[in-house]
Design a binder for this molecule. Sequence first.
Ligand SMILES: [Zn+2]
Length: 322
Amino acid sequence: MFNMSRRGVLVSAAAAAFGLEKPLALIPSARAAPAVEPEVGFYRYKVGSVEVTAVYDGIWRKPHDPTFIEGVTVDETKAALASAGLTTAFMPIPLTVLVLKIGDKHLMIDSGSGVGQWQVNATHLPANMKAAGIDRGQISTILISHFHPDHVWGLMEKGTNAAVFPEAELVVNSVEYRFWTEPGRVETLPEGRRQAGRRIAEVFPTWKNWRLVESGTEVAPGIRILEAFGHTPGHSVFLVTSGRDQLLVSNDTMYVPALLAPHPEWQGSYDQDGPMAATTRRNIIDRVIADKMMICGAHFPFPGLGTFATDGNAYAFTPVEI
Ligand SMILES: [Zn+2]
């Protein structure tokens, strides 16, 4: 018997299509995968009195690549995706941006990837912001987790590099800002990061609306920036507290949870310091579990929100149901 969950219904339909009354066993890839992209591109929820809108930017349909996770084969990454009920046709790396309404102020967390500046399927942020009733001009503050392109290219116009948010305050950990803008830094970066590093070093220091902060600072009412170094030298997370509710905005700490929840020790090519990123990951997720917090992540399946539990020496991720 199948229960009436979405997956159950689809599995049942697939079994009927193959003339089976009921399948005796399902190989992981035969499971019904959820839709790769959401039908509605924004999702709104409350953390105490803070209104959070998760806005879908798009997805990187990354071709499988044996160098993606150090020492892990493509078959192993595919198995992890299948276990989470995701497609194995490619590595799905969706991107969601948050807009927080606190009182009458609108804050954004990261800027999105900039239409046509990161991946061909990441073009939806402007339309989804509009659908959510958010005007770009309302954003007074942008809290930035780190300077990777998918998180900051939305700050710049394509081609001209003109500031998209010249009036907004741009808040970032001083460690992150200094790393990327230090004279001579570009030449020390791995080849694959130099072009992005050069763009950051040339453009960001010309803007006057930066506010560099230290870890632990309350960067907005009820929002504290916490260090989560490793993914980048100054990668940070944001703890949102309102009344009894807490939300940990984890950005890229847990990257794609289908991979890293069951394998928190995996180190990806996206982590600039793999061992440090793995240690940070455990520290952050252990705290989220101990304090029974909701957590969101930039590359979690849309709307990027869920909870973690311990599972042996690893973790299990439960996405919020929408
Ligand atoms: Zn990212």
